[in-house]
Design a protein around this ligand. Structure first.
Ligand code: AMP
Length: 297
């Protein structure tokens, strides 16, 4: 594990502002600092548990990753980047990463707890969201992405599986595994096919406007319950993305204002996509999104 080999002496790290978890002093976290509660879920590389930091009583989610599995999948570098980026972001719609520590076999991430769980499960349950709900979520994510882009962080993997729901019903971007901190245009292929913009499918240079495309795909999926370029075969999804084969089915009924917004985001020429600050002024957002960013049902 890269973290372990490069920082043997200092076997933990947290950002200065971890005052929500501890009393504000610099500390070395160990498993003994936490009471471990129920499992919250299972990911590819380990488990996530509800936990309470003993001194402050602060409730967190503790993600436990097995070094052997990280090594096997060669994602140590990706994890390092995720930790580095996420620990420096402070936004109401971005899940906080308070710090990390590790032992011989595992890496532990101390995360903000999102009590209402995964967004994609909500979407599965509801099949699709109301326009009010979709617009509230899209506006809150646009604000979070404006914040990220202002810090030269491109997320690159916006999709329902990477979104959690906070205590008030607010969305939290939870996974920065594919994000990059960059001033340059990038050429790496990453993310899940359905949410990839043409320039990433075709492996040409891309920039922060990839996140506008993915947010457009997400907005479509919120309203229709399926992503816009879905197809049985990967090659068909690929072709539909590259051709921007965007169709709006007659059911469920979606307003023309919502379709207009989606059409302005899913534009092949990345320079012509609706900028995120303009998205916040779009009539569909203005008329439907809760200004608080919180959807209460
Ligand atoms: P992951 O390894 O990030 O895919 O997490 C596995 C599962 O644990 C997720 O699908 C969630 O159900 C749950 N989970 C992860 N992080 C949190 C969190 N911060 N708050 C609540 N549940 C979480």
């Amino acid at each position: 594990m890269a973290i372990a080999t490069e920082t043997q002496q200092q076997n933990q790290h947290q950002h200065k502002d971890s005052s929500e978890v501890s009393a504000g002093e610099q500390r070395r976290w160990t498993l003994n600092d936490f009471d471990i509660g129920k499992p919250l879920g299972r990911g590819k590389f380990g488990h996530v548990y509800l936990a309470r930091e003993k001194r402050s009583n602060h409730i967190v989610a503790l993600k436990v990753l097995f070094k052997s599995q990280l090594q096997q999948s060669q994602v140590e570098h990706q994890l390092r980047r995720e930790v580095e980026i996420q620990s420096h972001l402070r936004h109401p719609h971005i899940l906080r990463l308070y710090g990390y520590f590790y032992d011989q076999k595992r890496v532990y991430l101390i995360l903000e707890y999102a009590p209402k769980g995964e967004l994609y499960k909500e979407l599965q349950k509801c099949k699709y969201f109301s326009e009010r709900r979709a617009a509230t979520y899209v506006a809150s994510l646009a604000r979070a992405l404006i914040y990220c882009h202002g810090k030269h962080v491109i997320h690159r993997d916006i999709k329902p599986e990477n979104l959690l729901i906070g205590a008030q019903g607010e969305l939290k971007i939870a996974d920065f595994g594919w994000s990059v901190h960059t001033f340059n245009r990038r050429r790496t292929m990453c993310g899940t096919l359905d949410y990839l913009p043409p320039e990433m499918v075709e492996s040409v240079e891309h920039d922060a406007s990839v996140d506008i495309w993915s947010l457009g795909v997400l907005c479509y999926e919120f309203l229709y319950g399926v992503p816009p370029f879905e197809a049985k075969e990967h090659s068909d999804t690929y072709r539909r993305i590259v051709q921007v084969d965007l169709k709006f089915p007659p059911k469920p009924i979606v307003s023309s204002a919502a379709k207009d917004l989606i059409s302005q985001m899913l534009v092949k020429d990345s320079t012509q996509r609706l900028p995120l600050h303009k998205l916040l002024e779009h009539p569909w957002i203005v008329q439907n999104a809760e200004p608080s960013g919180v959807y209460r049902g």
